[in-house]
Design a protein around this ligand. Structure first.
Ligand code: HEM
Length: 493
């Protein structure tokens, strides 16, 4: 901040005007809307009846005749209606971009990375990444990277924890696993995070913090509040700035190392981008978005899958029976082709993400006034959110047993049958569908198979999440108490 008297007066005037705008903006909305839902949001009274905000939204959406609700104080229309989802993500894609508000919320963290841009910049990154990610050669590269991490790091770590009878936080282990994997896959560099003797790298810790604090910005009733804190560099905004600075330094170091090692003949994504992008800040933004895309989502999907498997031994047994039928009884590394034959395992992975999608909700902004398929009017500049977490809990989509974990619902005569992506937008759908879905599923299936065939994994009762997970605020779903488990060799319990 400026030290000169004129500078100080200017800063003071700016603070006063921001304060007035904040009070005016929040106050106006609050005065305008005294509806029960908005009051429950503003006072957090929903938390008396629900463990998580997503559970409250799921409840409101279930009870809405159109499966769409409005949180007026947030200017946010939230929908769980598959027709609306198709309309937003495909039919009227150009009227529902991420928009400037979203870009500004995540701008400090993600810059111009693919997750945070529309238009030309998005088209360029999308083209480049999808060209690389759909090549057949990338499959064997991904398979090689994932198996290396499982054989050389994950399995030895679980063996060690078994010998020490230690309690292991499986969520932490999966975060480290997916961080190593996405770094080696995307950048050709190995941060060796999955060594519990080493502290979580500064990169990973700063990443968690930046994701949490950016998500909190999005939940704020008015952007003026976080913008003012950012201007003054105080509180959560000061922490966010420090985390982002650390991430930027480390991402630039990744680029420097990659340049030093040479990139023209490499298979990883960063090397491909480096052949056509010279701007270092842009490259850094691209790196950060790919890390976010591939790290937290996979770790989140693995955490809830193992939580559900520990609570459903019948599903665990069915996975093992299928594995033995397809691959025989030896525990050697399965081939890529054999993994594709495991339909029940694939169904279990989909079913787990139906109930616990790693990205619970996703917002777009409305460019011009529009009317959704169920008749809901959306005003220009308002936010529109589709809610995969609530959609996974709708009887209208999944039937009366929608709250049950039942992989069989995805199988027809033993063969996996996918649902419409607009009913199951866990990987989004339409134009901006996830580019790493195959990679993610490969990771989920390889890890599950390797661990279940060797170990019995038992939940250690810790905190209320033993009954029902509680999530921390963040861009991806994270169990707030981790996933404490004990492992023993299979067959010895
Ligand atoms: C279980 C794991 C995963 C889930 C549930 C998931 C889900 C999603 C979702 C919901 C989006 C849309 C986000 C948005 O637009 O705001 C997305 C986009 C994306 N994902 Fe994934 N993802 C997963 C893993 C991965 C992996 C491993 C990679 C990379 C190898 C990846 C790469 C991407 C990219 C590049 C985009 C941006 C697409 C675009 O904007 O056009 N994802 N993913």
């Amino acid at each position: 901040m400026s030290e000169s008297p004129i500078g100080k007066v200017c800063v003071l005037l700016a603070i006063i005007s921001v304060l007035i705008l904040t009070i005016f903006s929040c106050g106006r909305k609050m005065l305008l809307c005294r509806c029960e839902t908005c009051q429950a949001y503003l006072t957090s009274s929903w938390s008396k009846s629900f463990d998580n905000l997503c559970d409250w939204y799921a409840h409101l959406l279930r009870n809405s005749p159109t499966k769409t609700i409005d949180i007026h104080v947030l200017g946010n229309t939230i929908t769980a209606n598959p027709d609306n989802v198709e309309y937003i993500l495909k039919t009227r894609f150009h009227n529902f971009p991420k928009g400037k508000t979203f870009s500004s919320i995540l701008g400090d963290f993600l810059g111009r990375g693919i997750f945070n841009v529309d238009g030309e910049s998005w088209t360029f990154q999308k083209k480049m990444a999808s060209f690389e990610l759909t090549k057949t050669s990338i499959r064997s590269f991904a398979f090689q990277v994932v198996n290396f991490e499982i054989q050389h790091r994950l399995l030895p770590l679980l063996l060690l924890s078994k010998q020490n009878h230690a309690v292991l936080d499986l969520q932490d282990v999966f975060k480290r696993f997916s961080f190593d994997t996405i770094c080696r896959f995307s950048f050709g560099l190995d941060p060796i995070c999955l060594e519990l003797s080493l502290p979580m790298s500064d990169f990973a810790t700063s990443f968690d913090l930046a994701s949490k604090l950016s998500a909190e910005r999005a939940m704020s009733v008015s952007p003026f509040i976080w913008k003012m804190k950012r201007f003054l560099n105080v509180g959560s905004e000061k922490k966010l700035r420090e985390a982002v600075n650390m991430i930027n330094i480390l991402a630039k170091e990744v680029i420097r190392q990659r340049k030093k090692m040479g990139f023209s003949s490499r298979k990883d994504l960063l090397s491909r981008f480096m052949t056509s992008v010279n701007d270092e800040t842009y490259l850094k933004d691209i790196i950060i978005s790919f890390l976010l895309a591939g790290r937290d989502t996979v770790a989140s999907a693995l955490t809830s899958l193992f939580w559900l498997l520990a609570k459903h031994p019948e599903v665990e047994s069915a996975i093992l029976v299928e594995a033995e039928r397809v691959m025989g009884s030896d525990n050697n590394e399965a081939s890529f082709e054999k993994i594709q034959e495991l339909h029940y395992l694939q169904a279990a992975a989909y079913e787990s993400m139906r109930l616990y999608p790693p990205i619970q909700l996703d917002s777009k902004f409305c460019v011009e006034d529009d009317v959704l398929c169920d008749g809901t009017c959306v005003k220009k500049g308002n936010r529109v959110t589709y809610h995969p977490y609530a959609m996974g809990r709708l009887e209208e989509i999944w039937g009366s047993d929608c709250l049950e974990f039942r992989p069989e619902r995805w199988l027809k005569d033993g063969v996996f049958c996918p649902e419409s992506p607009f009913k199951y937008p866990v990987f989004q759908a339409g134009m901006r569908v996830c580019l790493g879905k195959d990679m993610a599923l490969l990771e989920l299936k390889c890890v599950t198979l390797s661990l279940l065939r060797r170990f019995h994994i038992e939940l250690v009762a810790a905190g209320p999440h033993h009954r029902n997970p509680r999530f921390s605020p963040g861009l991806t779903a994270t169990f707030s108490c981790g996933l404490p488990v004990k492992v023993s060799p299979r067959g010895t319990q």
